[in-house]
Design a protein around this ligand. Structure first.
Ligand code: PGA
Length: 248
């Protein structure tokens, strides 16, 4: 199995003072522990974050990017700019982008192509709503999101997919390790059928109320290759416990 990856999605949280404090603590504590670790602060804090973690193994990512490299796109941030400033990861297609900003699978696909072209490593988010799970459509919804984002790409090595059931994000409800494992196995099967995706090197992260006290049992599942952590990534001790659970 490839090395586990733990990513903190800070969402729209933080100030220069809290970013300095949180990252200062993480940078001191995270050593090369057999786990890949990244944090994704808001755009305005990325430059600061890159400097603070420069001599630590922590990488920095963005929470989104434009589908264009440059040009007249007011308010957008290009993946080329992100790479240039030291970002190495980018989260794409998060359910909050899909829900509040109307992002379609086609837009996620365009952003993915632009991110890869710029040299960023993408984390493509997929996941079903509570209604879709209750009506038995979770697997087909996730497969459609994967195909929509990935099928027209030229070639993706070391892809990262984050399975984040919408009903588990920020709610305190977590998919059980068995529910998550079943969906992760399904995702890997779907990836095998998509030309241009190297399914053998793809990692599938779980996201949705991951905490220090449930991380270990999730990581024990065969096809859970790490976590995308929201709320718990804003508390150094919680995030470090999750990283610790991944390094065992
Ligand atoms: P959560 O968020 O850990 O707060 O549920 C996860 C995410 O949205 O990436």
């Amino acid at each position: 199995m490839s090395q586990l990856l733990v990513v903190g999605n800070w969402k729209m949280n933080g100030s220069e003072a809290t970013v300095a404090a949180l990252l200062g603590e993480l940078a001191l504590a995270v050593q090369t522990s057999g786990v890949d670790v990244a944090v994704c602060p808001a755009y305005v804090h990325l430059g600061q974050a890159v400097k603070v973690v420069a001599s630590s193994p922590i990488a920095v990512g963005a929470q989104d990017c434009s589908h264009r490299a440059t040009g007249a796109y007011t308010g957008e941030v290009s993946p080329v700019m992100l790479f240039d400033m030291g970002c190495r990861w980018v989260i794409l297609g998060h359910s909050e982008r899909r829900q509040y900003h109307g992002e379609s699978d086609a837009l996620v696909a365009a952003k993915l192509a632009a991110a890869i072209e710029a040299g960023l490593s993408p984390i493509v988010c997929v996941g079903e709503t509570r209604e879709q799970r209750e009506s038995g459509d979770a697997e087909s919804v996730v497969a459609a999101q994967l195909l929509g984002a990935l099928k027209a790409q030229a070639g993706i090595d070391s892809l990262v997919v984050a399975y984040e059931p919408v009903w588990a994000i920020g709610t305190g409800l977590t998919a059980s390790p068995q529910q998550a494992q079943a969906m992760h196995a399904h995702i890997k099967l779907v990836l095998e059928g998509i030309a241009g995706v190297d399914a053998a090197t793809a990692r599938v992260l779980y996201g949705g109320s991951v905490k220090a006290d449930n991380a270990r049992e999730l990581f024990a599942e065969e096809d859970i290759d790490g976590a995308l952590v929201g709320g718990a990534s804003l508390v150094a001790s919680e995030f470090l416990s999750i990283v610790g659970a991944a390094s065992i």
